[in-house]
Design a protein around this ligand. Structure first.
Ligand code: XMP
Ligand code: MG
Length: 180
């Protein structure tokens, strides 16, 4: 394992199994209805690609890119939209697919932002949840794993843009990010 990583938190097999279970939960809730997935760049890319292939419904998808205004976003709750949707979501069954809920600021903002476009249903599917870090009130409808307050990478998640390609999720050593 890379010297900046401490341990594997979730193995490739554990993730694969859980992603299929999440897909099954979504299929149970939406039966044969059409779904519209919104992947939040870049962290959710690997997750959304695996999730959509486990779902048997008719799925269309799009991406959004957002960026927080640094620390002030946590108090103001304002998130900058870098790439908006290419499609109209009015009347659609929309599922926001995100890598991780940390403070909740990003998802809360995105949820309110997309709600205004009148989707039929708006749900949140998140691979990882760090409830200890929550600052705003937002809950995902589908959660892969609840994890402790440690910085994790892999399966799409990065540390300074590294490690997104790892097939597992690992914890970064404190000394690695203390120096950044
Ligand atoms: P908020 O605080 O708005 O933040 O819920 C969500 C975003 O913060 C990033 N984030 C992480 N990225 N490992 C990462 O690679 C982590 O442990 C981690 N915690 C938060 C991530 O971009 C997420 O979308
Ligand atoms: Mg993200």
């Amino acid at each position: 394992m890379n010297k900046d990583l401490k341990k594997i938190l979730l193995t490739e097999e554990e993730i694969k199994k859980r992603v299929c279970e999440l897909a099954q939960d979504i299929m149970n809730d939406f039966k044969d209805e059409e779904l519209f997935f919104i992947g939040v760049l870049k962290g959710s890319v690997v997750f959304v690609a695996d999730l959509m292939r486990c779902v048997k419904n008719d799925v269309t998808m799009d991406f959004m890119a957002v960026s927080s205004y640094g620390l002030s976003s946590q108090t103001s709750g304002v998130v900058r939209i870098l790439k908006d949707l290419d499609f109209d979501i009015e009347g659609k069954n929309v599922i926001i697919v995100e890598d991780i809920i940390d403070t909740g600021t990003t998802l809360k903002y995105l949820y309110e932002y997309l709600k205004k476009r009148n989707p039929k249903v708006l749900k949140i599917c998140c691979l990882l949840d760090k409830p200890e870090r929550r600052k705003v009130d937002i809950k995902a409808d589908y959660i892969g794993f609840t994890i402790p307050d440690e910085f994790v990478v892999g399966y799409g998640l990065d540390f300074a843009e590294r490690f997104r390609n790892l097939p597992y999720i690992a914890v970064v050593k404190e000394e690695a990010y203390a120096n950044k």
